[in-house]
Structures are given as C-alpha cells and as structure tokens.
Design a binder for this molecule. Sequence first.
Ligand SMILES: Cc1cc2nc3c(=O)[nH]c(=O)nc-3n(C[C@H](O)[C@H](O)[C@H](O)COP(=O)(O)OP(=O)(O)OC[C@H]3O[C@@H](n4cnc5c(N)ncnc54)[C@H](O)[C@@H]3O)c2cc1C
Length: 474
Amino acid sequence: MAELPNMKMNKNEMPTQDPKVRAHNFEEVALGYDEAVAIDEAKRCLNCVNMPCVSGCPVKVRIPEFIAKIKEGDFEGAYQVISETSSLPAVCGRVCPQETQCESKCVRGIKGEPVGIGRLERFVADFHNAHDGKKEKVPKSNGHKVAVVGSGPSGLTCAGDLARKGYKVTVFEALHKAGGVLVYGIPEFRLPKSIVQKEIDKLESMGVKIETNIVIGKTLTIDELFESGFEAVFVGSGAGLPRFMGIKGEGLNGVYSANEFLTRANLMKSYKTDATTPVMKGGKVAVVGGGNVAMDAARTALRLGAEKVYIVYRRSMEELPARKEEVEHAIEEGVEFKLLNNPVEVLGYNNPNDKRDPKNGFVRAIRCIKMELGEPDEQGRRRPVEVQGSEFELEVDSVIMSIGTSPNPLIKATTRGLDTNKWGGIIVEENTGKTSKEGVYAGGDAVTGAATVISAMGAGKVAADAIDKYLTSK
Ligand SMILES: Cc1cc2nc3c(=O)[nH]c(=O)nc-3n(C[C@H](O)[C@H](O)[C@H](O)COP(=O)(O)OP(=O)(O)OC[C@H]3O[C@@H](n4cnc5c(N)ncnc54)[C@H](O)[C@@H]3O)c2cc1C
C-alpha cells in the first residue's frame, strides 16, 4: 500500500545563521535541509495528477517527479529530473521567487503552507554538487559556431543548451568574471559565488568558451562577430544601467547606485582593508527603494560595518516589492524601514569657514517628504501622494539609489538593424527570441527590463531552440 502523505500544515523550517552573527559576515544566511528533513518535506507533496506547480514554473521543471525521487531517497535521480529542464538548480533553489511561481499553485497552500519546492530543489542540487554527481557527456560537435553576449542566467542557459546540441559556443562577457547578476549583484550571503562558478565550470567542461573583459559594442561589434565566423548571436546583456531620481545632490560623494555598490562589494572585494576600490565604511546609510536589490544593498551595507541602515520607501510595507523572506531577514538583522517617505534632496557638507575641510562635498543627510497612499495606479497599487509641509532631514553618510535599472543602450547603438522599444529593451518574437536582425536572438533582462533569474533562463532556453532550428534549416 502506498505511504500516506505527511499532512503537516507548515513547511519544514529552513535553518538559518543567527541574525546577530550573520549581520556581520558574508556567509550564507540559509543553511539548507538535511536528508531526513528533505524526505519529510517531500512527503508533504500530494503528487497531484494535473501538476499545478509545473504550470507555475517558467522552465517547467517536472516538480512532482523530482519530489517523488526524494521521498525514495534517490537524491541523484531527483537531480537528473530537474536538470533535464533547468540548468541552474542550485541557483534557482536559492533565489527564485517560488512564492509567486510554483509554490503559489501548490494545492497544499490552500489550507496551510505549500510544499517547500525551492528548498527541496536547493537540497537536491547541493547533494549532487557535494557528491560530485553524474557528469554531463561532452557532446559531438556539429561544426556550427554561436556567440553569446553576456554570461548571466539567460546567456549561460542558452550556451548550455546549444552546447548540448553540439554547437561550438563562445560567451563574451564585459566584466572580468562570468555569471552576470548572479556574481556581481546578488550577494554571497544569499548565493555563494562558488555555486555559480560550479555551473560555469560545468559549461566549460562541455566545451563552452568564456571570454571575459570583452565589451560587445566596444571591443567587437555584433556585425564583427558575424564577420569572424559566428553564424548566430544570442544577446543576454541584461539591464545593468542604473536609474537615479534626478533630485538635487545626487552627484555628491557618498551617493551610489545599488549596482555600483553591490558590484564593488561582490566582485571587487571593496570590504577588504587593502581594497583599491573602497566603498562606504561605517556611518549611517539610506537605501532608497523597496525591491530585492534594495534589500541586498541594505544587508550588504550592514555587513560592511554601517552603524545604521535605513530603507527609505515611498509606499507602505504592503506594497513593498521585495520577497517577503528577504524583508524578514533584513528586519531580523536590524535594517530600519522608513516607509511612506520619499527623498527630495541629498544634502552635502559645505563648510564656509574652511574650504579645505575634507568633509566638503560629501553627503550629510537626505531631505525627505512624508507620503500617504492615494488612488490606485494602472497596476492597481495605491499611488503615493506627498503630505505638504512634512519635510524633514534624515542624517546619513551614504545614499544607495535602488530604484530600478534598464538595458544599456550600447549594443543597440552599435548594431545595424536591431530594434528596441522606448525603454531600451530589444524587441523579440515571443516564442523564439528572434530580433529584427537576421541571425540575432535575445532574451532575459535585455528584452524585458529587470525581471527574474528563472525568466531569463526560460528566455535563454527558448532562444537556444530557435537558434538550433534556424541553423539546421539554413
Ligand atoms: C542585486 C540583485 C538581486 C536580485 N535578486 C534576485 C532574486 O533573488 N531572484 C531573482 O529571480 N532575480 C533576482 N534579481 C534579478 C535577476 O538577477 C536578473 O533578472 C537576471 O540575472 C537577468 O539575467 P540576464 O542573463 O538577462 O542578465 P544579467 O544577469 O544582468 O547578465 C548580463 C551580463 O551581460 C554582461 N554584459 C552587458 N553588456 C555587455 C556587453 N556589451 N558585452 C558583453 N557583456 C555584456 C553583463 O556584464 C552581465 O554579466 C536580482 C537582481 C539584482 C541586481
């Protein structure tokens, strides 16, 4: 007789580092399930015939099937099921917003908490990596050459899928390290760099060549890639161009974009005392914005030794776009939320008695105005409205602007016949990623603007299939 499911209402808790300790180190916050807990959690899955969870996954991982393998203790078998559709399970198990995707469709979520699908995915991937699981075979070459621009999740997925089909793939990356936002944006305490590196090593072992420090549009153009023998190009260059508020004082020393701040902390090791690219040290920090990027910047600032970190957000907790788990972690670690506040000016030191005062030109405060929520906007979110006469100063030493990013216009400006929309996103055909330029495909944030890891991976997959069809039919 089949074993009855585990009808516990709540997910097994994810063990985490103590908030007081972790607020001062860069080690991973969530520690992962062990084998017994993973099996117990897997037993909460009802193995529904119509698999609603799969419909919530942008890459259609066969979720009940991999969970069934965990129940049997066949963890490597579970990994093989996931890796048939997802090339980055250790990453997705950590950073995917499962609560709005697969887990939001889980039947167990109707009365209680959904199955911890993300936590199980992470467990399976970590088990595979720790036990040096089955290696992928090096595919036989089909002789075709494809270039991939950008080594984020969309580029890596596209490169992996094409390599598995026998293509000779070269990934061109502008930075000195491959991985895109997974290495320069998402901090070590949420996604250890070694995990991303393992995925990159896997691709290289399949024959994918990764060329770093090459900016497409400057070092080489897309047209030059074609001239040098590539037959198709996938553009996965992300949306790394930061937006600013356009308020007075944003040019002062001590004002950063979240992208610059996180890149310096993550990739350039600015937290080391001998770093050549130092970023803020100590003091009070205001992070402006309420998304995942803002949470990452705030928690990184704490770990870099800030004495106080504020999130300044113009709406209320209810509208905060960041993942609930990240907000909870930030609060536990001591980040203070200044909600319904909007900065109107960054104020700097300007000592009239001593023009050589080293503090001159540095941030001393932000001037904010209080907000209240008015009528809903086009997306149904209540619009923040200024409360007249409510301005006040918040004393800070650094300001991190985290109010969004858009695709960098460089590739569009240097590629003949590549159409983009008014936000700079590359225009593509929905089911193929095909652009207006022959042989050029695109996906991920470069098309959609800032989105998610899994949607970028999904787009990389779609484009790899389309490129394969295009080149085999040529
Ligand atoms: C701080 C932060 C935290 C986030 N947290 C989450 C999260 O928890 N969960 C989630 O799902 N999503 C999260 N996201 C969003 C997610 O990381 C992105 O949606 C995803 O990485 C997009 O993938 P991509 O491949 O399109 O681009 P990217 O990851 O941005 O990679 C693009 C790559 O292309 C390179 N590049 C750009 N221009 C050129 C050029 N001209 N030539 C060569 N290379 C170029 C860039 O250097 C970069 O390495 C976060 C984003 C940030 C910034």
